[in-house]
Design a protein around this ligand. Structure first.
Ligand SMILES: Cc1ncc(COP(=O)(O)O)c(C=O)c1O
Length: 419
């Protein structure tokens, strides 16, 4: 097989230029612009990962994410890696070869859950619902009855379709059938309620780069006691770190060292196992993301995202554009918008980027070339960012010959913010 192509630098000296990115406004499905407070926290000088000051910061970060996830789970921590690494770490650590995993897939990231579970050696069954829709609990219950999985995995928000799976009652349902529930909330958490304990979710994984207003590269996670125990019973400490009296867990050894959440729990615990070298700068960032969120107040942040969603929907509809999927089930932080007939979607995105420094998203798979995704989340879930984006979109669409009443979209969004 041919290796992929790599374009050489046009100017070999450009690598010596100071970084100077354009001041983009990132209004796609994520990443978005980080809150300046997060960037400031991330420029703080490093500490050793076992420095008592740093250990305190870790415990503070756990406390902040317990508030963020509305949970009392002891095992609420931040994993080093992007959001998918956290999905994989949890699955790798809990799934033993041949375990049955039910995946509820309503988009590309449901497909990712399926793929990761398969790579972990699970016997996977996937239930699908059309892109642009979500499951009702009866569909999931039928599969639980028929398949009797140990684990159910779903996204809360699937960024590819912009849909938000209602999760109230799902954890209780899974437990009734003897399954644990793992939720990928990367795209949605922080933009919409996710009361982990009330909804009885056993594992939630996330990322910073969406509603948490940080960069990608650290993954907040919370594990219920059932999930933490299921993982910890597979604890096998690496050879070079074992101490006298060490007794391995009764479960099979986790197949990856880096992704071994049992050892990572030992690192975060008072035992302070010297597993990986902590990404201290990312932890500073993750801590600040949660601190901003909790200081603003969960309900206020959700309301800010809901207001942005209402304004974006009103704005695009005012421009004679159609919203993709079931609007009642869409994520508040991302809106799918059909590219109108006769308009070149990529040309519009390029004009927004080059002439206005605004990025909006394209789509994957069956929606590619048909739907744009406009995000308003985290630091960018602000009236000024939303109105600026819609104004620019109006100008570009008019230039491309789309038929609509000039000003109607931005006026409708402005109005939505006023009401
Ligand atoms: C729903 C969802 N899950 C998982 C991921 C993967 O996250 P990451 O790119 O941080 O690994 C994304 C990224 O956009 C996502 O939207």
């Amino acid at each position: 097989m041919m290796l992929p192509k790599l374009t050489p630098l046009a100017d070999a000296n450009s690598a010596f230029n100071e970084l100077n990115p354009a001041p983009r406004l990132l209004m796609g499905p994520g990443p978005i612009n980080a809150d300046p407070r997060v960037l400031k926290a991330m420029s703080t000088q490093l500490l050793g990962q076992f420095d008592p000051q740093f250990r305190l910061m870790m415990r503070e970060t756990m406390a902040l994410y317990r508030a963020f996830f509305q949970t009392k789970n002891d095992w609420t921590l931040v994993l080093d890696g992007t959001a998918r690494s956290a999905i994989e770490m949890v699955m790798m650590s809990v799934i033993e070869k041949g375990d049955k995993v039910l995946v509820c897939s309503f988009g590309r990231f449901g497909q990712l859950l399926d793929e990761i579970a398969q790579r972990c050696g699970a016997d996977v069954r996937v239930i699908h619902t059309d892109w642009g829709t979500v499951f009702d609990l009866a569909q999931i219950e039928a599969a639980l009855k028929d398949f009797s999985p140990q684990l159910v995995a779903t996204c809360q928000g699937d960024t590819s379709t912009t849909m938000l799976q209602p999760l109230a009652g799902l954890g209780e349902l899974c437990h009734r059938y003897g399954a644990m529930l793992q939720v990928d909330a990367t795209a949605s958490c922080g933009g919409t309620p996710l009361p982990v304990d009330a909804w009885q979710i056993d594992a939630v994984t996330a990322g910073l780069q969406k509603c948490l207003a940080g960069p990608s590269g650290a993954a907040p996670v919370t594990l219920s006691s059932i999930m933490a125990e299921a993982i910890y019973k597979r604890r096998h400490i690496e050879d070079g770190l074992q101490t006298a009296g060490y007794v391995p867990g009764s479960g099979s050894r986790i197949a990856s060292n880096y992704m071994d959440v049992a050892m990572i729990m030992d690192y975060w615990s008072d035992a302070g196992l010297n597993h990986h070298t902590e990404a201290t700068t990312m932890l500073y960032g993750a801590r600040e993301c949660a601190r901003i969120f909790v200081q603003e107040g969960l309900q206020n942040v959700y309301a800010r995202h809901a207001a942005a969603s209402k304004a974006v929907v009103a704005g695009v509809q005012g421009m004679n554009l159609r919203v993709y999927g079931e609007v009642a089930n869409k994520m508040p932080n991302v809106t799918g918008v059909y590219i109108p007939e006769g308009i070149n979607g990529e040309k519009v995105r390029s004009a927004l980027l080059n002439d206005f420094n605004i990025e909006i998203g394209t789509s994957f798979g069956p929606l590619h070339g048909k739907v744009w995704r406009i995000g308003a989340m985290g630091y960018n879930a602000r009236q000024d960012a939303v109105l600026q984006t819609l104004s620019a979109l109006e100008i570009v669409l008019a230039a491309e010959g789309h038929k609509f009443t000039r000003g109607a979209g931005v006026d409708a969004a402005y109005e939505a913010y006023k009401n």
